[in-house]
Design a protein around this ligand. Structure first.
Ligand code: 5GP
Ligand code: MN
Length: 334
């Protein structure tokens, strides 16, 4: 994988660009895709954003979200666009397997493939150009850096600033995590100077749900959360019938995994959702417990040091029982 700056000469002539990101795109995935799309359009390229799956309703306020193609719903149309593309940008993920049913298509494409991501353990052989930097707070920060490196900061207008800011907010836990380094705040200063209304973005991300979601959270915290004090761990188990009972949609559960961290002494939170196709795990730690290694070792996953995800094809009961056995072996690390 060559450095991203080596790609810049190709961007001097108009390209047919496809931008894609991970399944169930979140604010950073969608924000980075849409900000890059708007920037490259301004530079004269033909740009399409294709998401591998559907996404949370609370990213629909983002400028350009209405133009994003859902691969699962419009596969034929998306395949034609992918076949005709000259450059594919892969944002906020680093291995094609994170794009679910799109993975086979992305692997087989012969166009130039570019990676921009901040997760650990990238599959760098899959990409011609790119940057993978785990020190970056978010992929949105990396899009800002790219625009800056290209000497194009003046092209950042309010819609682009809104998309970039959304990813900064979401991936730093509203500027709380260590990943919110000084450079992140410097970017915010610049976005504000370009007209960003930051309050609007916080509302779009966090005050944009329906009543059922808040009642679901209350129910889950009361009935579905176990505190394993001996392991400084909280475990939340959400069954498929819980999802149906509260009519839970994509994105409604985002953020719930952080709630148990408000309990004194809790250093690790695990949340499992019984989805139709798999049991999906989320892991969040405070301090020195490495969620990425844990997810990779035990649950076919990965991510960041303090936030990772994984999956299991076992039943809900079985995967939870396995987690409880595993966590005993990790107690010295938590
Ligand atoms: P979440 O728990 O919010 O789904 O994911 C936490 C972090 O881990 C995110 O950065 C996400 O991209 C990453 N992640 C989630 N699931 C997986 C997975 O199955 N494999 C890998 N490699 N990363 C994941
Ligand atoms: Mn991210």
């Amino acid at each position: 994988m060559k450095p991203i700056s080596a790609l810049f000469p190709s961007l001097l002539t108009p390209q047919k660009v496809v931008i894609t990101t991970h399944q169930k795109p979140d604010a950073d995935a969608m924000g980075s895709s849409l900000s890059l799309a708007q920037y490259l359009s301004k530079k004269g390229h033909e740009v399409t954003v294709i998401a591998p799956t559907n996404w949370a309703g609370w990213v629909n306020w983002m400028p350009g979200a209405a133009t994003v193609i859902n691969y699962e719903k419009q596969k034929e149309k998306a395949d034609v666009i992918l076949d005709n593309s000259t450059i594919l940008f892969c944002l906020d993920f680093n291995a094609f397997s994170r794009t679910k049913t799109m993975a086979a298509k992305l692997t087989q494409l012969t166009c130039t493939k570019v990676l921009i991501d901040h997760h650990q353990d990238p599959a760098i052989d899959s990409f011609h150009f790119g940057i993978n930097d785990t020190a970056k707070s978010s992929t949105c920060e990396m899009i800002y850096d790219l625009i800056k490196e290209a000497g194009d900061l003046s092209l950042i207008d309010v819609p682009i600033a809104e998309c970039i800011y959304a990813g900064l907010v979401a991936d730093t836990g509203s500027f709380r995590f260590a990943s919110a380094h000084a450079g992140v705040h410097t970017i915010v200063v610049d976005l504000k100077s370009r007209g960003l209304d930051h309050g609007k973005i916080h509302e779009g991300l966090y005050d944009n749900f329906l009543e059922n979601r808040l009642r679901f959270i209350g129910y889950v915290l009361l009935h579905r959360m176990e505190i394993l004090y001996e392991y400084n761990t909280a475990l939340i188990t959400i069954s498929n019938s819980d999802l149906l009972k509260f009519q839970i949609k994509t994105g409604d559960i985002d953020g719930l995994v952080n709630y148990p961290h408000s309990i004194q002494g809790i250093k690790m939170v695990a949340l499992v959702i019984d989805r139709e196709e798999e049991r999906k795990w989320s892991f969040r730690s405070k301090g020195s417990f490495d969620c990425n290694t844990f997810a990779q070792t035990f649950f076919e996953g990965g991510g960041h040091f303090n936030a990772a995800g994984g999956k299991s094809s076992d039943s809900l009961d079985k995967t939870v029982a396995r987690f409880k056995e595993i966590i005993k072996t990790q107690s010295s690390l938590i």
